[in-house]
Design a binder for this molecule. Sequence first.
Ligand code: OOG
Ligand code: MG
Length: 260
Amino acid sequence: MTVTDISTAVAALTTAEASRTDRGRLTDEWPGLDEATAYEVQQALIDARLADGERLVGFKLGLTSRAKQERMGVDAPITGWLTAAHQCDAAEPVVVADYIHPRIEPEIVLILREELVGPGCTRADVIAATAEVRAGFEVIDSRYRDFSFALPDVVADNASAAGFLVGATAVAPEDVDLIDEPLELLVNGEVVATATGAAIQGDPFVAVAEAVNAAGGRGQAVPARAVVLAGALTDAVFLEPGSTYTARFRTLGELTVTAG
Ligand code: OOG
Ligand code: MG
């Protein structure tokens, strides 16, 4: 299948995900694919899932940390959408064979009480609309070979969304300083990375406000009760069957998941 338009791009990405087979970049076949068109591909991909009976439950920011932007060779944050099918249960292992080449990354999660809509969304608006802040993990799984993509590729691929987990401790947004909130990422009990919330564009609430404004420019709002993944604080690590991953925050508590 040669990808030259939105519907063949949706079909190619959907097939790659369903068959757990990575593929080349869309931009190799469709050099004219720009960021705006890539968001149209992403929207068509999500619309197809919702038409198939999946339920929209969340919004994700991606590539908000300089560490990730450098690793992935891109220079701007992106957004994507989460459905109920993406939600994983920390009590069950995340099954590596269900994905292509899954990675896991620690996230700060906002649970909204009210809709967020831009343009004009501010940090204060995000805080006011947030019911709870929690620890989280995101499972990312690029449909592209070796996680190699240009910005339009990863946007079309719904920002590599594949799964997410939310921690058990709920904190009110006014009860946590997210900028200074420290995190340790542990693999099999060993600390492999540390960060603070400032890794998310200096301030996770500002990052979310900017992402809401960008989505607003595309005519999209983030609905009330949505789960918002503010962006990874560290680089992602590959999931290996039998390994255990812990995100340990100071105020947001700790979340552990095992890969199977
Ligand atoms: C893109 C998704 C990045 C994050 O939190 O930075 C992301 C990728 O790295 O494949 O979800
Ligand atoms: Mg992420």
